[in-house]
Write a protein that binds this ligand. Structure first.
Ligand code: 5GP
Length: 190
């Protein structure tokens, strides 16, 4: 996605070899026009997969996910993060290790918003080690529904997330794939 690549080069900042900051258009301030275009790309790619709902992980996945849901005319569900396990039989819950916070959190989903017949498209802002997407996929499968694909805005291809997801049989489609980050330099996969 050319506009996303250009925007990452213009406004993204590599904090170090591992973390890309995109606060000015995706994670803090949000560019709705860019999110709208991201939604059209995900729709075009996943439109023939029989998707019935879009899932995302709070909070940075919400803006690309809601635009994708609007483009596909489907509902969007936000998987909630809780700091600690609340023993509650009424929700699906799984532990996820956070790449950016270096700590575990509990990802939760109400059974009200998923059915066994659902085919879920998971959308997130970043793919690093794949923990967040794998956690979302576990919740989907715990309910008996299936994962129809995983859409990522920015994949850091030098980290193992894609491989972990593909090893489990999930299809991953990323709009920008980064090969290398250095302080003040961002290289895309050729
Ligand atoms: P993973 O679970 O794949 O290891 O990491 C994905 C999650 O960590 C994303 O939901 C995102 O919020 C956060 N994340 C991972 N890498 C980055 C990064 O380079 N920059 C930012 N802003 N967030 C990241």
């Amino acid at each position: 996605m050319k506009t996303l690549h250009e925007r990452i080069l213009e406004d993204g900042a590599a904090l170090d070899k591992n973390i890309l900051k995109v606060d000015s258009f995706l994670n803090h301030q949000v560019d709705p026009h860019l999110m709208y275009e991201i939604g059209t790309y995900f729709k075009d790619y996943f439109k023939k997969r029989g998707i019935t709902k879009i899932f995302t992980i709070e909070s940075s996945g919400i803006s690309p996910a809601v635009m994708t849901a609007m483009q596909m005319n489907l509902p969007m569900v936000i998987l909630k993060k809780q700091a600690s396990k609340i023993l509650n039989a009424d929700v699906y819950q799984t532990t996820v290790y956070s790449f950016t916070k270096g700590a575990n959190y509990e990802l939760t989903l109400s059974p009200k918003y998923i059915k066994e017949e659902d085919c879920i498209l998971i959308i997130d802002d970043f793919l690093a080690n794949g923990e967040a997407a794998l956690g979302a996929a576990r919740l989907v499968e715990e309910s008996g529904a299936k994962v129809g694909g995983i859409g990522i805005v920015i994949e850091k291809s030098f980290q193992p997330g894609r491989q972990s997801l593909e090893d489990k049989g999930y299809e991953v489609y990323s709009l920008a794939r980064i090969a290398k980050l250095e302080r003040n330099s961002i290289e895309f996969l050729k």
